[in-house]
Design a protein around this ligand. Structure first.
Ligand SMILES: [Zn+2]
Ligand SMILES: [Zn+2]
Length: 234
């Protein structure tokens, strides 16, 4: 998708806009509207958080309205160490191999956006349609530390702190997506099947990866090793 061209007078006017994914940005809003820049549509508070280098992966900071989408989104990210690329395992366009995640936004008719853009909105903040670029060069990467937004200065002196924080919060987020997938499977199987459809292998892997080792799994893998296919491997 073509990048939005930044106007020379970027972020000089503020208007009321719809709620942002971060719930404390709508505290004190009586009419359900929050301050946004009228050109990029970025949330004013998110832009200042980004400028200060604040970053979060905490689902409890997300507005209730966005929580399910937040967890669905992160269920498809191969969340790794703060220094690694976190590859997208969800939907990709078959022709261009570019990533996408369905999430409508208020400023345009598009119903889906690239996975890294959604990762950016959910971590650094709702920067609207400001252009973003990866410092790792990987367009499938959803590690927020690997992306920069154009048009906003990032204050990165806090990055070291951010990394320490990330190690804790990535583990937490992995656990939360796991619980989310299990709960959806149990309570809303139709929805779960829809999630699975994007990448069943990945979702199955994701759901079994955190579980303690079961006797059954051990027996099954022992049997696999004895099969002719297993022997071919060594
Ligand atoms: Zn915001
Ligand atoms: Zn990366």
């Amino acid at each position: 998708m073509a990048q939005w061209p930044i106007p020379p007078d970027l972020h000089s006017r503020i208007e009321g806009g719809p709620l942002c994914p971060f719930h404390d940005h709508s505290l004190g809003s009586r009419d359900g509207r929050i301050p946004r820049y009228d050109d990029s549509h970025a949330c004013v508070r998110c832009v200042s958080a980004l400028t200060e280098g604040r970053l979060t992966l905490d689902v409890h900071k997300i507005h209730r309205k966005y929580r399910r989408r937040f967890l669905e989104f992160w269920s498809f990210v191969d969340i790794g160490e703060p220094d690694e690329c976190w590859n997208w395992q969800g939907n990709k366009h078959s022709k261009s191999n570019s990533t996408y995640f369905a999430i409508p936004r208020h400023w345009g008719a598009a119903r889906q956006y690239s996975a890294p853009r959604v990762a950016f909105w959910f971590t650094w903040g709702d920067i609207g349609r400001l252009p973003i670029k990866p410092i790792c060069g990987n367009n499938h990467c959803c590690n927020p530390l690997h992306w920069r937004a154009r048009g906003v200065p990032h204050y990165h002196l806090n990055r070291h702190m951010g990394k320490i924080d990330l190690e804790f919060s990535t583990t937490k987020l992995q656990h939360e997506t796991q619980l989310f997938l299990e709960a959806t499977k149990e309570k809303d199987f139709k929805r779960f099947e829809k999630i699975q459809k994007a990448n069943k292998l990945w979702i199955d892997f994701r759901m079994s990866s955190d579980k303690p080792v079961m006797l059954d799994d051990l027996i099954r893998s022992a049997l696999m090793e004895e099969s002719p296919f297993g022997r071919e491997l060594d």
